[in-house]
Design a protein around this ligand. Sequence first.
Ligand code: TYM
Length: 341
Amino acid sequence: MSEQKSEHKPRVLSGVQPTGNLHLGNYLGAIRNFVALQESHECLYCVVDLHAITVFQDPAELAANTREVAAAFIAAGVDPKNHIVFNQAQVPHHAELAWVLNCVARMGWLNRMTQFKEKAGKDREKASVGLYVYPNLMAADILLYQATHVPVGEDQKQHLELARDIAQKFNNDFNAEGFFPQPEPLIQGPATRVMSLRDGTKKMSKSDPSDLSRITMLDSADEIAKKIRKAKTDPDVLPAHEGALEGRPEAANLLGIYAALAEQSVSAAVGQFAGQQFSALKEALAELAIAKIAPIGDEMRRLNADPGAVDAILADGAERARALAEPVMADVRKLVGFLGG
Ligand code: TYM
């Protein structure tokens, strides 16, 4: 085997779907943490186009959105030279390993996935088969590189637990203790679950029909200010301690976003605005969000204007990713008993 048992060096992998409308939740819950991890880890950041097509995507839009996610990574501060930025479809090993893992994971495990239930909605019969086995592909993304750490938002926790179960079962089934490490989820910071600006009980999402529900990474300063001004509030003044955020989802969300952008704790943000009106928080939040997000959007637009350059970065990243993936996949083929070199 090319990797020795249980001696996996710290390696980070994470992915973002190219389904448009990249938002503040994606940034604070995931992408911003990608940047910080580069100091201490070897990182692979993947635009997961194979995941995106579990729900139909217009082909031209998929290509544009794939470049846009790559641009977001880079604009936010991911370094594609010292780390790896690529799109999944250029590394066929993801799909190959996903097939093997489809045969390892159990129906009962997948039946518990809440994200499938939410996404498939009432008419499950009409969901694609890909949407159902989506978490196995996600496990493949991680295990293919024997990644040890996975920065994600709170909503991916259950998928990460499944990836750990799949890794364990593969190792047991094929008598290969320690072959796949148990990937650790890194769910970090005060904004691991950013909520809709229109309803503090709903997650901020790319697919919410209301544009006012999310701040996107491409919003102008005016749009950011407008969305924060219109964000839902409640009638009380802001609380004096963190415990009093219980039952006040909009206050909790806005203070959480503020804390994350200001790089401070939620309790520090609560202290700063204690007893004040929402309007004071909104004013400070708009200023801070514009200062942090608008320059990233500007850089994304600059990168989007040169699609050839982004494509070259993705091609280079994919080549380096394939070089890491191939020996692991070769071991998997051997372990499973497939003939061939
Ligand atoms: P995706 O594309 O839905 O979201 C990308 C990242 O953003 C996080 N996120 C949020 N964080 C905080 N608040 C929110 N409202 C919010 N919405 C989204 C997500 O948790 C995620 O980290 N299945 C994954 C993509 C994936 C992946 C992987 C991730 C595919 N393979 C391997 C890690 C490792 C997804 O759909 O993310």
